[in-house]
Every structure is written in C-alpha cells, then in structure tokens.
Design a protein around this ligand. Structure first.
Ligand SMILES: Nc1ncnc2c1ncn2[C@@H]1O[C@H](COP(=O)(O)OP(=O)(O)OP(=O)(O)O)[C@@H](O)[C@H]1O
Length: 343
C-alpha cells in the first residue's frame, strides 16, 4: 500500500544562522498517506512545531528533502504549494473582516489577479464553512469570535484551499474538552470523505489513542517513532517518552499515573460505576486497592475495609477499621476520613 502524498527523505530540521547550526531532529524519513489522520506528539521542545513548519515549506531544512507528490516543497511556487498544502498555526488572528471573507481567502491560489470568486469558489467556501459546523458564524466579525469559534473558521479557511495535505499546529489548544473531541472527530471524518492527509500536533494523548490513524511520536532526544497508537503503547515508546519524575504512562489504562507515596492498603467490596470511581479516588490518595476479604471478620486490627453500598439514587461508603464502622456520604468525605486515618 503506497498512497503517500508527502514524504521526507533524510530530513534534518533545525535552526541555522550564519555562524551556527542547531539541529533539532536528524534523518527523518517518513510519509503521510492519503485518507489518514496522523497526530504528532512529543514532550515540550521536542521539535513538533519545527517539523510542521519544515514540512510546510516555511523553514528550510538543514539537510534532506520534503516532497509533495514527488516534488520538492522548497521548489514549488507559493501558489502551487498553497494548492497542495494548507497550514493552520496557533497564533490568534485578529482580522477585521467577516468569518466568510476570512474563509474565502483560502481560495486565493485559484482566483484571478482581482481575486474574483467564481460560483465554484463560492460553493467550496460554503462547503468548508458547513463542514466545520460554522454556518451560523459566517457573517460574524472574526475579532468578535471566541477562540474555539475562530479556530473552526481557520480550519474552514485551510479546507477552502482544497489542499491534499493539511498541517495543524495544536488545533485544539483553545477548546474545551467536548469541543476537542468534536474537532478531532470532524478532522477524522474529513480525511475519510476527502482522502486528504491531515497531520496535527497535540498534547492530548487520550484523544490520540482514541482517534488517530497513525502517530508520529517525537522523543526529547530526537527519535521519531511511527505507528498505530496501540503499536506505540505495546512497544513501550509512549511509556519511555513520557516517563518523568513523578509521572508514568500506564499501559493498562492508556493514561498517566502519578507516583504518590504508598499510604497503605484498603480492601474494597462493591461493584459497578461507584466502585470504579472509588478505586480511582483511593489510588489518587496513594492507597493500594485490593479485593475484599473472604469475610468482614477476617480483617485484622490494622486493615481497612471499604464497602460501597448503592441504593436507588444514593451511594454510601461503609468503612471498617479497628473493628469500628464509619459511614461516609460522598467520596470527598471518604477521602478526608482516610487522610486522617492514614496519618
Ligand atoms: N527560532 C528559533 N531559533 C532557535 N531555536 C529554536 C527556535 N524556535 C524553537 N527553537 C528550539 O527548537 C527546539 C524545538 O522547538 P519546537 O517549538 O519545535 O518544539 P515543540 O515540540 O513544538 O514544543 P512545544 O510542545 O513546547 O510547543 C526547542 O529546543 C526550541 O528551543
């Protein structure tokens, strides 16, 4: 299978002045395939934005090549490049124009010298605005939009360019959680419908694990791992890249776990959702959660037993410690109580 739209050959990216050369990542040979949503992840300063700018033809490579459909990006005219590739950066745009006008700027590689829009251009602009769910924003001034609304318009502008590849630098940075999920789903749907390739940078590992077709994982020491998100979990690449003092990647949950000092063990009786979140709260406090004893009477003096009791609309937590029983009415109450008990 080779539907590669964009490929790099021994690409070394970084910063060059007259006196110095600072290479950030060396020898990258990767490709972006048609119809794929690829997420570029990595710790702060790893080189994600530098890579994106280098792929977009904005920052000349130190060595190697970036090719778009076999042609060197740095040899294409700006107009030809804009027909094949669009870029959405994180910088806020405070343009004094309507959202519709901003999206229409995406058509400039195709319009005549006067910038006259044909009916086909207008149809594409309307489609792009509709595709990002922003029809109701079209007539609003860009300067009056919220960060999330403006981000949608910027993506619509990039779509209106009808590119083969879209590169987006942290497109979800300003969005709340539901909006982030919505945006990622939208981008995934777009690559399926248009057969474009989308590469975006993000720090949202959870969404990447759920939605990316492929991941480019850039480590702090300049190694690029490429694979399905699950490949990189199984190979240990995520765990190695994001392991820092105090935080580790949990291969079972696909999330991060804090190294908190162990406060003790608790035995938990209960099932269902209340039990799942009780376990989470106990782990957050630093308790090792074990299954129940064979009977409450087996508890030794120092052991703590927690029973989650869910009745109709209400949940109670019954704690047995030192043969004494206490009842809590919320997980907050339970955590405060255990904090005192473990002191
Ligand atoms: N204009 C510049 N001149 C020299 N070095 C730079 C320049 N811009 C960035 N760098 C350096 O290049 C490296 C990669 O930076 P880059 O912004 O690409 O990282 P990033 O992975 O996007 O980080 P973040 O997640 O924090 O946005 C960093 O060490 C950074 O300090």
């Amino acid at each position: 299978m080779n539907d590669a739209i964009l490929t790099t050959h021994n690409l070394t990216i970084g910063y060059k002045t007259q006196k110095t050369v600072r290479s950030v990542v060396a020898d990258i040979s990767v490709s972006l395939q048609a119809g794929e949503l690829v997420c570029l992840l990595g710790p702060n300063g790893a080189g994600k934005s530098t890579l994106l700018r280098s792929l977009a033809g904005m920052q000349p490579p130190i060595a190697g090549e970036v090719q778009l459909l076999g042609e060197n990006v740095y040899k294409l005219s700006p107009q030809e490049l804009a027909k094949r590739l669009s870029l959405v950066l994180t910088e806020k745009v405070n343009a004094q124009m309507s959202a519709y006008t901003l999206v229409s700027l995406g058509r400039y590689p195709y319009t005549d010298w006067w910038g006259k829009l044909t009916s086909q251009d207008q149809a594409i602009i309307n489609w792009a605005i509709e595709a990002v769910g922003a029809t109701h924003l079209a007539l609003r001034q860009v300067s009056e939009l919220s960060d999330g609304e403006r981000q949608k318009i910027m993506i619509a502008r990039a779509l209106a360019q009808s590119p083969l590849v879209m590169l987006l630098d942290e497109p979800a940075a300003f969005l709340d959680l539901p909006r982030r999920v919505e945006l990622m789903q939208l981008l995934r749907q777009l690559v399926r419908e248009t057969n474009q390739a989308i590469l975006l940078t993000t720090h949202d590992l959870d969404l990447v694990l759920r939605l990316a077709d492929r991941v480019w994982l850039l480590t702090a020491n300049g190694i690029l791992h490429v694979g399905a998100p699950e490949d990189l979990v199984l190979s240990g690449a995520f765990a190695d890249t994001f392991c820092t003092e105090g935080v580790e990647f949990d291969v079972f949950s696909g999330g991060f776990r804090l190294h908190s000092p162990l406060k003790g063990e608790v035995h938990l009786i209960g099932e269902g959702i209340a039990s799942v979140w009780t376990t989470r709260a106990l782990q957050r406090l630093g308790f090792l959660v074990k299954p129940e004893f064979s009977s409450v009477g087996d508890a030794t003096q120092t052991q703590i037993l927690i029973e989650v009791i869910s009745k109709s609309q209400q949940t109670l937590w019954q704690i047995t410690s030192n043969k004494t029983v206490f009842t809590c009415h919320s997980l907050y109450e339970l955590t405060k109580f255990l904090d005192l008990l473990a002191k």
